[in-house]
Design a protein around this ligand. Structure first.
Ligand SMILES: Nc1ncnc2c1ncn2[C@@H]1O[C@H](COP(=O)(O)OP(=O)(O)O)[C@@H](O)[C@H]1O
Ligand SMILES: [Mg+2]
Length: 806
C-alpha cells in the first residue's frame, strides 16, 4: 500500500512530481528489491509509481511545484535535487547539463604565480652569474695591485724575532703609521671605527674577583679567577684545552648560570649583559648562516648593529673596507656553507665570524680561539687588525691557541689558565721573567708561547732543574700565582705612557657619571630600529629560502600532489560529497546517508598539509637556534627576528596552499566557494607552520622534521572525523579536540559544503550525527587564526627561554 506524502499537490523543493495533482498527492510506494538495493547503496532509483516524487536528477533542475525537469544550461550547474540552476562562479567551467563546476580561475592564477617565481629564480641566476663575473674581474684587478704594492697586509706587529728587545714597550707607532698609508681599505676602516668609538676616554674596563663556575655541586670548573682588564688593552688568554678558557669568557660575559664572584665594569658593579650592544663576542664555533654569502653575513650584522643614523652607503663602504681588511674580498660573494657542505674554507668561515663582530664596531671584543683553523699568515693579519683597533681604545680579549711568536708578543697582556684557575696575568713581556723567578729557563731558539704552554699544561720539566715541578706542577703554579699576586698588588713599572694600561692587578678607575651617561647615549644610538631589524631579518630569511629553493619547490610540489590525490579520491562522487535525509515527509524516500565524504576530505586534507608543510617549516624555523642565541646576546631584537622570520614564510605558505587548493578544487569540486576553501586551507597551513616552529624550538634538529610531521598528524586525528566528534562529545573530551586546529578546519569544510543544501536535507540530523556545528564559518576561521597565533606565541616563548645547544 502506498503512503501519502502530502495533503494535496505539495512537492518538496528539489523534487520532480510530474503526475501529482491536488486529488492525487505525491505518495511513497514500497520499493522493489532492486530499488531498495540502490537506495541502500546511496543511489536514487526511478519512481516506484507514477505518483512517487523523484529527487531532481543531477544536471537538471526542477522549478518549484515540481512539474518540470529542465536540463541545466551552459554557465550554470545543477547538483542532485536542484530547484533552480546554480550560477557558475566567475572563471569556472560549467558545460550544459553539468552537475558541478570546475573552478579554473585559481588554476590560471597559480600558473601566473609559478611563472612569476620562475622569472624571479631566473633573475637570481642571472644576478649570481654577473656577480661571479665581477668576482673574476676583482681578482684580476687585485693581482695587478698586489704586483705593484707587493703587500696588502696590515703590518702592525713587527715581523721576525723581536721579542727579546721589546723592553721599550709596544710595537713602534711609526710602523703602524706606515701601514696606514699602504692599505687604503685599512685607512677607511680605521676612519669609520674611530668615528664610531669616540671614546672620550671611556672604554670598557673589567675587574673581576674570585670568578667561579660550578655546574654541579662539588665540581668547580672555574675558581678563584681574579684580575683586571683595562680599557683599550689587548689581552691574550692561554691555557691547555679544557683549562677553562671558554668557561672564563662565559662567566665574565654572564652567559651561564651557577657562577660566583664579582664583576665590575668601569669600576661599577654591573652585569655585562647590560652592555651587550657595545660588546662583541666571537664564539669558538663558527656560528654563521651557511646559505648567505660572506658579504651578506657581515652586512646583516653591520646593518642591525651599527647606529641607526648611518646611511646605507656608509654601511656598505664600511663593510667593504672591513672585508678587505680581513682578507675576504675575493670570496665575498661566495656562499659561506657549513662543515657538511663547505663552500669557503674553514679559515675563511672563521674570518666571517670575526668580521660579523667587527662590523658592529664594539668597544670591547671577546674572541674565542679566532686563529684556530687559520694559517699563520692570515692569523697574523687578523691579530694586526685587532691590535690597530685596540689602539683606538677597544678592549680586546682573545683566547689564543698555539700563537706564533709575532702574534704572542703583539699582546700587551697575557692571562694563563690551568685547571680552571689563574696561573699568571700580566704584561706579556714580563711572562718569561715571572717563570724565570719560578726556576724555569726559556731556550733561546724556542717560541716562548710554546714554552709557556708546555709549562702551564704540566710539561715544564724539560725547562727546569727544580724537582718541585716534577709532579702536580699545574696546581703548584696556581698556588704560586696566589702568593705572587698578593705580594705585588701592582705591576705597573713601565716608564712610558702606556704603563697605566699595562698594570694588571690594580683596580680600574671608577667612571664618572658623565662617562656613564656617554656610554648610555652610545648604546641608545646603536642598532637599527625594530621595524628595520624585522625587515632585515625577513629579507635575510627570504634569501635563505631562495638559496634552498629545492626544499621550497619540493614543498609546493607536494602540496599540489596531495591536493591532486585527495581530489582524485573524491572525484568519482562528481561533486556530490554529502547525502542526508530529505526534508519532512519525503525523508522516507532518502537514500543511505553519506556523512563521511566531506569530513574525510577535510581530514585527509589536514593530514596532507601536515605532511607537506611541517618538515620544511621546522627547517625554516628550528635550525637556527645558535644563530639566534648569538644575535640575541649581542643585542639584536628577538621579537624582530621572529616576526621577520614569520613574515618571510608567508609567500611560501601562500604558494603551497594555492597549489593544494587548486588541485583539490578542480578534482573534488566541493560545493563550498573556492575562496572559502582556500582561506581554510591557508589558515590550516598557518597553524601547521606555527606548530612545526614550536616543535623545532624544543627537539634536536635531526628529530625536528619527524616529530613535526607526527605533531601535525595528531592535530589531524583531533579533527573529529575518526573518532567522530559526536563520540568525543560523549566522552566529554570536546574541549581537547577544540584545541586542535583540525576540528575547526573540518568543521569549516562540513559547514560550507552542507549549508547550501539546507532546503533539501535535514542538516540538523547530519550535524548531530557528525558532531560538527554548522553555520559558524567565521568562528571556524577565527579560531584557526587564533590557534596559529597561539602556536607562534608559544614558539617565541620557547625560542627565548629554552637553552638548547643544537
Ligand atoms: N656546563 C658545563 N657543565 C659541565 N662541565 C663543563 C661545562 N662547561 C664546560 N665544562 C667542562 O669544563 C672544562 C673546561 O671547558 P672549557 O672552558 O670549554 O675549556 P677550554 O679551555 O678548552 O675552552 C672542560 O673539561 C669541560 O668539559
Ligand atoms: Mg674553548
Amino acid at each position: 500500500m502506498p503512503i501519502l506524502l502530502a495533503e494535496g499537490d505539495k512537492c518538496n523543493k528539489g523534487f520532480y512530481c510530474k503526475n501529482s495533482t491536488d486529488l492525487m498527492p505525491p505518495q511513497f510506494c514500497p520499493p522493489s528489491l532492486e530499488c531498495q538495493a540502490t537506495r541502500s547503496n546511496k543511489g536514487t532509483c526511478v519512481s516506484q509509481g507514477v505518483l512517487e516524487p523523484l529527487v531532481c536528477t543531477a544536471g537538471h533542475y526542477c522549478p518549484e511545484g515540481g512539474k518540470q525537469m529542465i536540463p541545466c544550461e551552459k554557465g550554470t550547474f545543477c547538483p542532485v535535487g536542484s530547484y533552480k540552476p546554480w550560477p557558475c562562479q566567475f572563471g569556472a567551467i560549467c558545460p550544459a547539463k553539468s552537475q558541478r563546476q570546475i573552478v579554473t580561475l585559481p588554476f590560471g592564477v597559480m600558473i601566473a604565480f609559478d611563472i612569476l617565481v620562475g622569472i624571479i629564480v631566473a633573475a637570481g641566476f642571472f644576478i649570481s652569474a654577473r656577480r661571479k663575473r665581477k668576482r673574476k674581474d676583482y681578482l684580476l684587478a687585485n693581482t695587478h695591485k698586489n704586483l705593484e704594492a707587493d703587500d696588502d697586509d696590515i703590518e702592525l706587529i713587527p715581523k721576525g724575532n723581536h721579542h727579546h728587545h721589546r723592553s721599550d714597550g709596544a710595537s713602534s707607532p711609526a710602523l703602524f703609521d706606515d701601514e696606514l698609508d699602504s692599505n687604503p681599505d685599512f685607512k677607511v676602516f680605521m676612519h669609520y671605527v674611530s668615528r664610531l668609538i669616540k671614546t672620550k676616554n671611556v672604554g670598557l674596563s673589567f675587574d673581576f674577583e674570585n670568578l667561579e663556575f660550578e655546574p654541579q655541586k662539588g665540581k668547580k670548573i672555574l675558581q678563584g679567577v681574579t684580575g683586571s682588564i683595562k680599557s683599550g688593552s689587548m689581552w691574550a688568554v692561554m691555557g691547555g684545552s679544557g683549562a677553562g678558557k671558554s668557561t672564563f669568557f662565559n662567566v665574565l660575559m654572564g652567559k651561564t648560570r651557577n657562577t660566583g664572584g664579582e664583576i665590575k665594569i668601569n669600576g661599577r658593579s654591573k652585569d655585562m649583559t647590560k652592555y651587550k650592544k657595545l660588546i662583541g663576542y666571537v664564539p669558538q664555533d663558527d656560528i654563521v648562516i651557511p646559505e648567505l654569502t660572506v658579504r651578506e653575513n657581515i652586512l646583516h650584522s653591520a646593518r642591525v648593529r651599527l647606529p641607526m643614523t648611518w646611511k646605507d652607503k656608509d654601511i656598505q663602504a664600511y663593510v667593504d673596507s672591513l672585508i678587505s681588511c680581513i682578507g675576504l674580498s675575493h670570496v665575498q660573494h661566495s656562499l659561506v656553507g657549513d662543515a657538511v657542505r663547505p663552500v669557503v674554507s674553514g679559515g675563511q668561515r672563521k674570518r666571517v665570524s670575526i668580521g660579523m663582530e667587527l662590523a658592529a664596531a664594539p668597544m670591547c671584543i671577546f674572541l674565542d680561539e679566532p686563529t684556530s683553523g687559520l694559517d699563520s699568515t692570515s692569523a697574523s693579519s687578523i691579530m694586526r687588525l685587532l691590535k690597530a683597533i685596540s689602539k683606538l681604545g677597544v678592549t680586546t680579549i682573545t683566547i689564543i691557541h698555539q700563537p706564533r711568536e709575532q702574534i704572542f708578543v703583539g699582546f700587551d697582556n697575557i692571562m694563563l689558565l690551568g685547571n680552571g684557575s689563574m696561573i699568571y696575568a700580566g704584561p706579556t713581556t714580563e711572562t718569561s721573567h715571572y717563570f724565570n723567578t719560578l726556576g724555569f729557563t726559556f731556550p733561546m731558539r724556542e717560541n716562548p708561547a710554546d714554552v709557556i704552554m708546555d709549562i702551564i699544561t704540566g710539561h715544564g720539566q724539560q725547562y727546569t732543574q727544580d724537582a718541585v715541578w716534577m709532579t702536580d706542577s699545574v696546581n703548584k703554579l696556581v698556588d704560586q700565582w696566589g702568593i705572587q699576586s698578593m705580594r705585588m698588588p701592582s705591576l705597573s713599572y713601565h716608564p712610558d705612557a702606556r704603563a697605566s694600561v699595562m698594570s694588571t692587578t690594580s683596580m680600574s678607575a671608577i667612571s664618572t657619571p658623565e662617562q656613564e651617561e656617554f656610554l648610555k647615549e652610545t648604546m641608545k644610538k646603536r642598532g637599527a630600529s625594530w621595524p628595520a631589524q624585522a625587515y632585515y631579518c625577513c629579507k635575510r630569511s627570504i634569501t635563505q629560502q631562495v638559496r634552498t629553493k629545492g626544499s621550497f619547490f619540493f614543498e609546493i610540489g607536494i602540496g599540489a600532489l596531495a591536493g591532486g590525490i585527495i581530489g582524485l579520491s573524491a572525484a568519482a562522487a562528481n561533486g556530490q560529497l554529502f547525502r542526508g535525509l530529505y526534508q519532512g515527509t519525503f525523508s522516507i524516500l532518502s537514500p543511505a546517508v553519506d556523512n563521511q565524504s566531506v569530513p574525510q576530505v577535510g581530514l585527509l586534507g589536514g593530514m596532507a598539509i601536515g605532511l607537506a608543510a611541517s618538515a620544511p617549516a621546522v627547517r625554516v624555523f628550528g635550525e637556527e637556534k645558535m644563530i639566534f642565541n648569538r644575535e640575541a646576546a649581542s643585542g639584536h631584537s628577538s621579537s624582530a627576528y621572529y616576526v621577520g622570520k614569520m613574515l618571510s614564510v608567508l609567500p611560501r605558505m601562500f604558494l603551497s596552499s594555492l597549489h593544494y587548493a587548486v588541485f583539490l578544487g578542480i578534482l573534488a569540486t566541493p560545493l563550498m566557494a573556492w575562496t572559502d576553501m582556500f582561506l581554510a586551507i591557508f589558515l590550516y597551513f598557518f597553524c601547521v607552520y606555527g606548530l612545526a616552529s614550536c616543535v623545532g624550538m624544543v627537539v634536536k634538529r635531526e628529530d625536528g622534521p619527524l616529530l613535526a610531521v607526527m605533531a601535525s598528524l595528531i592535530i589531524g586525528i583531533l579533527g573529529g572525523v575518526a573518532p567522530p566528534l559526536s563520540k568525543v562529545k560523549v566522552w566529554k573530551l570536546e574541549w581537547l579536540w577544540r584545541m586542535s586546529p583540525g576540528v575547526w578546519f573540518t568543521e569549516a569544510f562540513v559547514s560550507q559544503c552542507l549549508v547550501p543544501l539546507d532546503y533539501l536535507y535535514v542538516l540538523e540530523a547530519a550535524s548531530k550525527a557528525m558532531g560538527f556545528k554548522l553555520r559558524q564559518f567565521g568562528l571556524d576561521m577565527g579560531m584557526l587564526f587564533l590557534i596559529g597565533c597561539v602556536y607562534r606565541l608559544i614558539a617565541y616563548i620557547l625560542l627565548v627561554t629554552v637553552q638548547r645547544k643544537r
